[in-house]
Design a protein around this ligand. Sequence first.
Ligand SMILES: NC(=O)c1ccc[n+]([C@@H]2O[C@H](COP(=O)([O-])OP(=O)(O)OC[C@H]3O[C@@H](n4cnc5c(N)ncnc54)[C@H](OP(=O)(O)O)[C@@H]3O)[C@@H](O)[C@H]2O)c1
Length: 300
Amino acid sequence: MPDRTRTVVMTGATSGIGAYALAHLMARAGTRAIIGARPSSTRPALDGVQVLPLDLSSLSAVREFAAAVLARLDGEPIDMLVLNAGAQFLNTSARSAEGYELAFAVNHLAHYLLARLLLPGVAQGGRIVLTTSDTHDPRIFRSAPARLDVRGWAQAPGSAASAYAASKLGNLLTAEAIAALPQTAERQITTIAYNPGLTAGTGLSRAFPRPLRLAMSALRPVFRLLSRLRPQLYMNTPEHAGEILAQLADGTLTPPAGHVYASLVRGQLAYPDPSTLAQDPAAREELWRESADLTGLPSR
Ligand SMILES: NC(=O)c1ccc[n+]([C@@H]2O[C@H](COP(=O)([O-])OP(=O)(O)OC[C@H]3O[C@@H](n4cnc5c(N)ncnc54)[C@H](OP(=O)(O)O)[C@@H]3O)[C@@H](O)[C@H]2O)c1
């Protein structure tokens, strides 16, 4: 990381894992952050953090945010681009401003667009982290996609669980695609897709009934026991998942060469292979092309 003031641009910094990650990043002197947040979001009370309006459910709002960030930076590069925001819904009936299924639009399409609009502003040697989930993987989560269907996902996937899993596959394939771009290699940009793993106590499950959310947190020891058989059931804390996100963003932790996927497995950072689909270069390219079309960008 540079000697000059380092700059973080971040989504999803107002709650849960991202709020802890931002606090870790800002604890180092000489760091400034520009975060995107909805009007209703809790503002972080941290020196050096500027908040710009961002609602990821609207692609035009994403474009306005990206333009405002670049104007605010005034030519200064982005050292860390952390695309962490995410949402989960009870069904797939809600739509984004452009009419796309909301989980896919907020989690994937908005971040795909933002990553592409801000990529030219990322520093030489900079880092990009997208928060994904192991729910993208059919070996781990029954509702995860086994084949690519970007257009279908944008319209009306079956269940809320499959919509969320598809959106998180979108984050992972986007990270893989960015890492494969010649310009990111030339500029020595590191791109990471981070799975924090099951993490109770964040706002992600806010759409679910309160008794269910309370039961999940209370059952942490039971989940930890079950995780001996199924590691994905290990329940992390937002503090720990946020600290690891910050360390991946600032380069304290970095994946081995050739790895994009970084995953908390039973609380420890590991670099397992993602799903078969997430490793498929043809899927990566198709996702990139289709997402470009859906967000109104050229494919290159
Ligand atoms: N918790 C888990 O078990 C788990 C597991 C795997 C992956 N993840 C991923 O981890 C990331 C962080 O989730 P979390 O668990 O920390 O949940 P969280 O506490 O709900 O945080 C989500 C963040 O995303 C922001 N966000 C949601 N919708 C938005 C929108 N339309 N426009 C702008 N910002 C929006 C939220 O802003 P507000 O403050 O305005 O709500 C919040 O800052 C997500 O990408 C999630 O998919 C979580």
